[in-house]
Every structure is written in C-alpha cells, then in structure tokens.
Design a protein around this ligand. Sequence first.
Ligand code: HEM
Length: 434
Amino acid sequence: MRVSRRDLLLGGLGLSAGTAAAVLGGEAAVRGLTAGTDGGATAAGADATASAPAAGADAPDPALFGRETRPFAGAHQAGVATPPQAHASLVSLDLAPTTGRERIRSLLRILSQDAARLAEGRAPVTDQEPELAIAPANLTVTFGFGPGLVDRVDPARRPAWLAPLEPFPIDALEDAWSGGDLLLQICCDDPLALAHVQRVLLKSARDFATVRWVQAGFRNARGAVGDGTTQRNLFGQVDGTVVPRGDAELDAHVWMREESAAVPAWLVGGTSMVVRRIRMDLETWDQVDRPGREAGIGRRLGSGAPLTGEHEFDEPDFAATTPQGFTVIHPMSHVRRSRGDDLAPSRLLRRPYNYDAVVPGAGGAGAAVNESGLVFVSFQADLVADFLPVQRRLAEGDLLNEWTTPIGSAVFAVPPGATTDARAGGFPGDGLWA
Ligand code: HEM
C-alpha cells in the first residue's frame, strides 16, 4: 500500500481529516490576515488565534513559564544596553522587490508582535511548537534598518551615515557577510529557544524578504562565569572592558538624544550599529609568545589589566616607560591605537560575539583547523564622530591587524522602541512612517 505524505501527517498527529485541515489551514489563514494585507494584523486578532502550549495533563511544568524575561517594549530597543546574553544570531534580510513602504510596515508589525510575545514567553500566532516559547531565557530581538529599507520608505529621511562604511586598507570584505536591508539581532541565553525564535521570525518574514546572511555568535554559557564577568574572545583576551556603562554614559554616547542633520526625528532615542565580521587567525596567533600577545593588545591576558596596572578596570598609563625608555604600552597596541590624541576612553558600546567553525578535511602540520573570529558589534550615537576615527586609526596601524581580517561589514540604524504598544500596531521605528 502506498502511504501518502498526507496520510502520514494525519496518522502521526492522530487527527481527523477535518481537524487536520483546520490546523494546517491555520497558518495560511493567519497569513491571510497578516502578510497579505498592508495594514498588518491587529493585536486582538493575533491574540484570539494565538497558539498556546497544551493545557491540562499534558501541559509543561508551570514553573517554567516566562522565566527570565526582558521586555520588548521601552523607550530604547532591548539588546543594546542589555547585558549580553550567551548566544546571538544576527540575521540580515533583503527585502523582496515587491516589499514597498506599506508592506515593510506590515512586516515590522508582524515581527514586533511575534517578538513582544516571545520575549514574554508566549507563543505567537503562527507558532507550531509553542512549548519552545515558554522559557525565553532573556530573549531580546533588536531591529536594525539598513540603508535600503529607509530608502524604500522615505529616502529624504535617511541620514548620510546610514550607508556602507568607507573601504579600509585592512578589509577583505565578502558580499556573503555584508550589507542588508533589515537586521534582526536575536540574543538569548538558551540556544534552543534562540533557534525557535529565529524560525518563527523567519517564517513570518518569508513572504516579504529573503535571508542575506546569518552570523551566529556565542559568549560564555550562562553560569560558567559569574554574572557581569567580561567575556573572552578566542585569542583568550578579556574583551569588552572599556565601554559606556550606566544611564549617564549611555545617554551621553550611545542613545541619539536630539534631532539634528544626522538624527532625523524618527531616530531620536535610537542608535547606530556597525556589524563587522572579523576573522581571527588562530594558527599564526599560536606562534606568538605571551609577552608578544600582551604587547599586541596592551593588556594582560590573565586579568585583562592594562600592562601598567593590576586590575581589569585600572586606567592605562600610556606615558609610563620601561627602564630602557620605551613606553610600557606599545604605541601601536590595539588599546593605544583605539584611543585618540586626547587618550580619552572609548565611547563605543562594543557588544561582540565569538564565532567558530571547524574546517572539515583540514590536516597536516600547521593546517588551519578552525575558522574563527569576532562578530564585532558596536553601538554609538554618533558613528561619524566616534566610530569612524577609531576604525580609521586601527586600519592605519594596530599590532592586532597581523592576526585579524575584516571579512564582512554592515551599518544599520537602530530606531527607538515603538511609539505605541505592539498590540496596537506599534513597532520600533514606526516614527519613520509618521
Ligand atoms: C577581532 C578584532 C578585535 C579584537 C580581537 C579586539 C580585542 C579587544 C580587546 C581585547 C580590547 C581590550 C579590552 C576592552 O576594553 O575591551 C579591546 C578594546 C577596544 N577595542 Fe577592540 N578588538 C577587535 C576589533 C575592534 C574594532 C574593529 C574596533 C573598532 C573599530 C575596536 C575598538 C576597540 C576599542 C574602542 C577598545 C577600547 C579601548 C580603550 O578605550 O581602552 N576593536 N579590543
């Protein structure tokens, strides 16, 4: 007897043909409500049809529901100042040719409704594995608008900095890791929850856009080191020490506060985001001894302290000299070169993640067994004044360049939080349509 895919599906689910039709038609029906129309789904509609984990005897342990949540709504988007979660997936989407101003709005409404629910541990409308949504593990979903998206909505309101970065002499950029119209930065402390969120969002987006690239990244697992411990990159360095901290520094350096030529009204309360994929050559790094490694960065490997200090957060003394008269911190070290002539600490909110893949088939002495690096992410209120000078200096000279190569680059505007609740059709950046 020939068993059709439909028989298997109905049999496997233990459903009658009628019930199965309703279940299988459910997503299509929801899609008709959401993806097909330009206005997007209303919250009431979304709530009424939302999936929910089974109630009764088969329900998951109630103690698991909604554990560790970060609100999606707020004046600023979550995922910027949020303490970095263990895992990230940065998904860059290209809008379909037919996705114009109104359809982009529909897409963002749908994604916001999905993200707002998922962040609370509630399964959204189209979720077919709702149990995977219940423990969001500090999930944040951050939207970044690429130049192409803003141009399709209102080119007159695209700030000049929202464009690909200028080329740098160290770059070996690949299209496969560069650009994009819409970025979804999904961060979460649980890789299973993250995979589920990513699938839900991509299913919602697939009628509007295609995936351009995905960059998965990781830090220490939650609990492996104490909360608040600065992460390490795959060179073994403590990476993320000097960043703006606390509301006053975030307001001063990360959030766009006032409308100006560089900050259109729809971006006040938002920030700019640079994503650079930077390959790190672990094989040649292996050949460097500890003093050489520490000289390259200007900090100690163990504590992350500057070479002139004892503790991670000690301020480097760039004037201190050795008995031979050389500066203790090499003038071409990464930390010295990232600072300008005034030696002021950096204003960039760096929020990088590591990536790592084993190279299949690699063998033999000195073969590169890993393809590794940093998904470098930096948020700053003023990309031109704060990010570009640092990147230009590092591109001109930085001892670390010996072992690092930028292979991807993208710039996004991260709008502020929604002006109205996601349930009422609000979404981050909705001011661009005002
Ligand atoms: C694979 C590439 C990179 C590696 C391995 C790396 C590593 C590090 C490490 C270990 C530190 C010292 C600890 C800290 O303050 O976080 C640091 C600091 C810093 N890095 Fe990088 N970095 C990389 C790329 C970049 C890029 C592309 C930029 C910006 C364009 C950048 C800007 C900075 C800044 C501004 C600081 C703080 C310096 C200070 O004010 O003390 N880094 N980086």
